[in-house]
Design a protein around this ligand. Sequence first.
Ligand code: ATP
Ligand code: FE2
Length: 327
Amino acid sequence: MICLAIESTAHTFGIGIVTDKKKVLANVKDSYTTKTGGIIPAKAAEHHVECFDSVIKKALEDAKLSFNDIDLIAFSQSPGIGHTLRIGAIVARTLAVLTGKPLIGVNHCIAHLEIGRMLTNAKDPVLLYVSGANTQIIAYDGGKYRIFGETLDGGLGNFLDTFARELGLGFPGGPKVAELASRGRNYVELPYVVKGMDTSFGGILTNLKQKLKSGKYSKEDLCYSLQETVFAMLVEASERAMAHCEKDELLLGGGVACNTRLQDMCKKMCSERDAKCYVLENQFNVDNGAQIGWLGLIMFKSGIRTEIKDAIIDPYERTDDVEVTWR
Ligand code: ATP
Ligand code: FE2
């Protein structure tokens, strides 16, 4: 069975083509970026409208397939930016109507976890999911993917992007902050904000802005200290989730999981407690169509269907709103 899947929760329009034999035949994307400033939802949606046909064409070419070979159409139905989700849903519905193929809508956050399990053979990992909009520590328990810890304000990636903007850098800011951090040498004390299992970044951002304005610290040292602090907060909460749930696998997902310093810190924590740490290729950390396709396939195979009339976006659906019937 072959699934063509559409990802459009935020800045990325992606098409994945995946088989039920765990083969990723294509994973093509086009992302909205800026030189300065963050994502403007209407502009990101415009970007998706402009590129969707060429991304679909390229994915079919990479997979050496035509629409006739596709058995299922999947799309990210939730959560995300309404403006951009809507474009993906329209493309998905249109393709389903024109081709007569079945349609399935999936939850994007859960897709991060399921593609990780598929690619690594991890059995029951705790997912540290750190993207632009989302920061969650997720694990399976009692028929749902439960959120054991999350951000109390914005996502980690958005926090990195916002600080990058303060430094006069464009979107995405995470890689630029990482590059500056690699040249930082001196740790500057910052607030360390873990409340129970949750984290918060707003106060740290304010503190960083004040320090930047004071002119007393280099950008490199601030970025270095920022990374050391916020990554330590997340490693601490992830370790606690693993201990509490008695799980011995940690999976990283989301765009910020591309960060090699975060990866190293997670690997170290896992090795100290005899656990496995799974890091994916960057193409599967960032938003991508392949993860939507894989989750679509396993949901479809468990009997779940999305009627065209129900293929409506759900920007605010939470990870733990979804009944997991495919495990
Ligand atoms: P989601 O819909 O899952 O919330 P998203 O729309 O934010 O995802 P992703 O592609 O998962 O998109 O993540 C983008 C974020 O990842 C951006 O905030 C970006 O700055 C950050 N990022 C990308 N690469 C790195 C890196 N090497 N280090 C730190 N952050 C990074
Ligand atoms: Fe994502």
